[in-house]
Design a protein around this ligand. Sequence first.
Ligand code: SF4
Length: 404
Amino acid sequence: MDLLDTLTAKGLRGEVPTREEALAVLATTDDELLDVVAAAGKVRRRWFGRRVKLNYLVNLKSGLCPEDCSYCSQRLGSKAEILKYTWLKPEQAADAARAGVAGGAKRVCLVASGRGPTDRDIDRVTDTMAAIKDADPEVEICVCLGLLSDNQAERLKAAGADAYNHNLNTSENTYGTITKTHTYADRVDTVQKAHGAGLSACSGLIAGMGETDEDLVDVVFALRELGSDSVPVNFLIPFEGTPLAKEWNLTPQRCLRILAMVRFVNPDTEVRIAGGREVHLRSMQPLGLHIANSIFLGDYLTSEGQAGQADLDMIKDAGFEVEGAGEATLPRHRADVAEAAAAAGSCGSAASACGSGGGCGPCGGHSHGAPEAAPVTEGTDDGPREDLVKVRRRGAGTELAPNA
Ligand code: SF4
C-alpha cells in the first residue's frame, strides 16, 4: 500500500506526513488495519524500541471544578458519582505516588481539578513534590493544575517539576462546543508558559467526542507545532451525569487508526495511550502497544483501570519491556532540542517548526478551516458499554490501597 510505505519511510526519517496523508490513515478499512498497525509499529520501534513508559496518576483534588468541560466527570454541575475531596496532604499524595513507582511507573502525574492554581496551591504542590523526591529522587514528576498565571511555571520548575500537562483536547474550531468557561487560546498559552519555563510539555487530545477526522488531524498537527514532548491520547469515557454520556462513538479499530495517525504525525514524540484504554480498545490493547510507547499504570483520575499487574502482564506478553528509571524516553535528538528550548526559554522544537514567522506567538494558533465532513460516529455493534465504566473507589482520597 503506497500510503503506508510513504508514511513508514517518512516516520523512519523523523519527518511529518502531509495533512492529506494523516486523513487517509483515518479512512483506512478494517481489512487494512493490521498493515496500518505494522507500519506505525516500525516507526515506533525506530525511535522507542520495545520500551513502554509507565506513568502513574495521583488525583490531588477531585471534583467540584468551576469549569464546564463537557467530557469531564469533575466539571461544574457534573452528576457523576465520583470521589470528591479537597487537596491531599503531601504525605498522602507521596504514599500514592510511592505505590505507582513500586509498581513500575517512571513518571508520577500530580493532577488537581480546577481552573488553575493559586499561589498557595503552588506551595502545596511544591511540598508534595519534595515529599515524593525525598523518597525517590529519580522519579519524574509531571504536574497538571489547569491554566497557569505568570511565574507559576517557573516556580514549579524551581521546585523540581519535570513536566507540565495541559491538553488541547480538540481542534481550535470545535473547542467552543466542548467548553465555554475558557478558550483554546487559553490552553495554548498555558502550554507555552510551561515550555517557556523549561518544563517538558505534555499535551494531548480526547477522541470520541463527536469530532470529525479533520478535527482530529487539526489538533494532532497543532500539538506537533506546539512542541509537545508527550502526547496523551484519551478515548472519551462517557460518564453518566456528564453532557457527553451518550457519545459512544469509538470502536477498537478506530482507536487503533487514531493512535497510528498520531504516531505518524509525531514519529519521535512520546505517544501515550491515556484514559479510555480499557473501555474502548478492550481486548485490542496489546496492538496499541505496537503504536504507542507509553501508558498509564493502574487507575485514572476518577475511573478505575484494569489491575496494575494486568498492565504489566500485557506488556510482557506482547513482547515489550517496561522502561527503566535510568533510560531516556525521547530519542537523543529530541532531548537535545528540549534542553536547548529550556535554556533559551522558548517554546517548541526544531522538529516542530514552531515559531516559523515570529517566535512563540503563532504556536498552535493556526486554523485549517472549518471541517466539512460530518462527525464520525462509527459506533459499536453492541451499543454503549456502560458496564466498562467503573468509578474509582480506591487509592488517593480513600482508605483503600491504590491500584498499581
Ligand atoms: S478538565 Fe479540568 S478544568 Fe475541565 S472540568 Fe475537568 S477538572 Fe475542571
